[in-house]
Design a protein. Structure first.
Length: 512
């Protein structure tokens, strides 16, 4: 197999990898609709329920870089297989949880499995697809991820209604089984050939740093940005990541080659995508409250709102997979982000009288833009990484996105809460202004509740418009970064383009 020709079964391999990806992505969203049922089953507090969700996200994001290095060192197929086995076993054990503490632990173990799977799938795609076909492969990969994101709430709602909360975990077992069969039968084993070992101290440092940072970002709105817990998480993150960076710069064979950030393709595309995910990461979370509590839709109808977003990504991906060959990746990223900004502008214009059509139009535009930009952004990032270090490069790409999502959930969620509370009457008790749901519940039991409920819905809609306006700015900022930081049409998707003769000599001197 040559890089020019690719693996003869590469499209079948893509299907197998997408099956593995699907179960990981679905689990990011399927649990949200089951949270009330889990709370009833275990009489769990809001904090414990939040921990059930966050345990997966924090461990997943914290282990991505380490998992990418493991896949490069010990084999990408082997890493995916181990990750799926861990994920499947943890899912089955979560379904049989005797307590909420057990469920939290199993969700964390599922995060370990997901971290092993995610970067290795992209690394395999780099290995089996020739450079000119990678944008199309990444477009399919992105489309499957979006379908999984949309399917999660729908599938979760159906399983909870006809079965129980345990169904959202047990459904993972057959999907994992199918993915394992495909991976074992179709995917070739690939690994880095540079003989790099796993730096145990570096692994501890980067995992502790990423976990502390993501945890602090997620929990800041709940605990407060200046609370000891959040500041402690930030301190752990800073100390650990600085120590990790120093260790990497002094190592002859580093886990993460920090010189990649000198390449404007890698750093520019990574930063652009991270800025973009700041906006997209919290969109569905905010809109789900708007659809249910302002417009009055059911949970299942709210889940249906994710379909236009996923359909938009699929439609955009058909363009995003082919356009880079003609227009270059920079043009595709800029155009895609501009379309996404238009989608957020529609969402920013929503009012209490808006309907499903307006929400669907905004989400569809945001999805189309992401579909156009995503394949080029991924190809640009991974095109700057030596193929033998594709696992590490894929992990960094995923990490940038996860940090953007966490920052969006924390930052925009805090902005939403602050703007909402500021628009409510000053004489309301603290527990009544913690969320729109809390205010509406308080309004039911007090005089003048109807007027208060109307005022609360109006305040939430205005606060939502503010956050969506920030989404417009984030999308345009991502487009600007791509426009000025990335090379033009000469940099075809996945094609190496040294910055200068000095960069060429630097790359030539790298190990491997």
């Amino acid at each position: 197999m040559s890089d020019e020709e690719g693996h003869p079964r590469r499209w079948a391999i893509l299907v197998a990898l997408c099956a593995a990806l699907l179960v990981i992505v679905i689990d990011n969203t399927v649990l949200h609709v089951a949270v009330p049922a889990i709370g009833d089953a275990f009489d769990a507090s809001t904090g414990r329920l939040q921990a059930v969700i966050d345990a997966y996200v924090v461990v997943f994001a914290g282990l991505l870089i380490t998992a990418g290095v493991i896949s490069d060192r010990y084999g990408r197929r082997r890493t995916v297989v181990v990750g799926l086995l861990v994920f499947g076993v943890a899912s089955a054990l979560a379904a049989a949880a005797p307590s909420v503490e057990w469920l939290i632990a199993m969700r964390a173990l599922m995060g370990v499995g997901a971290a092993l799977v995610m970067p290795a799938t992209l690394a395999v795609l780099v290995a089996v697809f020739p450079a000119e076909e990678r944008p199309r492969a990444f477009a399919v990969w992105s489309a499957v991820a979006s379908v999984g994101m949309a399917a999660g709430p729908l599938l979760g709602g159906a399983l909870v209604d006809v079965w129980s909360w345990a169904g959202v975990f047990l459904i993972n077992v057959p999907v994992v089984t199918v993915a394992l069969v495909g991976i074992v039968r179709l995917v070739p084993e690939t690994r880095a050939g540079d003989g790099r070992g796993l730096d145990l101290l570096g692994t501890v440092l980067v995992t502790a740093g990423m976990t502390g940072l993501v945890w602090a970002l997620i929990e800041a709105p709940a605990y407060g940005y200046t609370s000891p817990a959040v500041l402690g998480g930030v301190l752990v993150a800073v100390v650990a990541l600085v120590a990790f960076g120093v260790r990497q710069t002094r190592s002859a064979v580093p886990m993460v080659d920090l010189r990649l950030y000198r390449d404007r393709r890698f750093s520019g595309a990574s930063f652009a995508v991270a800025v973009m995910t700041v906006a997209t990461g919290s969109t569905l979370f905010i809109l789900s409250q708007y659809l249910q509590l302002v417009l009055g839709y059911s949970a299942f109808e709210t889940g249906l709102a994710a379909i236009p977003l996923a359909a938009g990504v699929v439609a955009g991906s058909t363009v995003g997979g082919r356009a880079p060959a003609k227009f270059g990746p920079r043009a595709c990223i800029v155009a895609g982000f501009a379309v996404t900004a238009a989608g957020f502008a529609v969402l920013a214009s929503l009012s209490e009288g808006s309907g499903y059509v307006a929400v669907s139009a905004g989400l569809a535009l945001a999805g189309v833009g992401s579909g156009i930009a995503g394949p080029s952004a991924t190809s640009t990032v991974l095109g700057a990484v030596p193929p033998e270090r594709a696992g590490m490069g894929s992990a960094l790409n995923d990490t940038h996105q996860q940090l953007g999502i966490a920052l969006g959930v924390a930052g925009l969620g805090s902005l939403l809460a602050t703007a909402y509370r500021g628009a409510l009457p000053d004489d309301l008790p603290d527990h009544a202004v913690s969320s729109l749901g809390a205010t509406l519940s308080y309004a039911k039991d007090h005089a003048g509740g109807s007027a208060l409920a109307e005022s609360a819905r109006s305040a939430f809609t205005d606060a939502q418009s503010l956050t969506m306006t920030i989404g417009v700015a984030a999308a345009l900022a991502g487009a600007a970064v791509a426009l000025f930081a990335l090379p033009g049409r000469a940099a075809r998707a996945g094609a190496p383009e040294p910055e200068s003769e000095e960069a060429e000599s630097e790359e030539a001197g790298q190990p491997g």
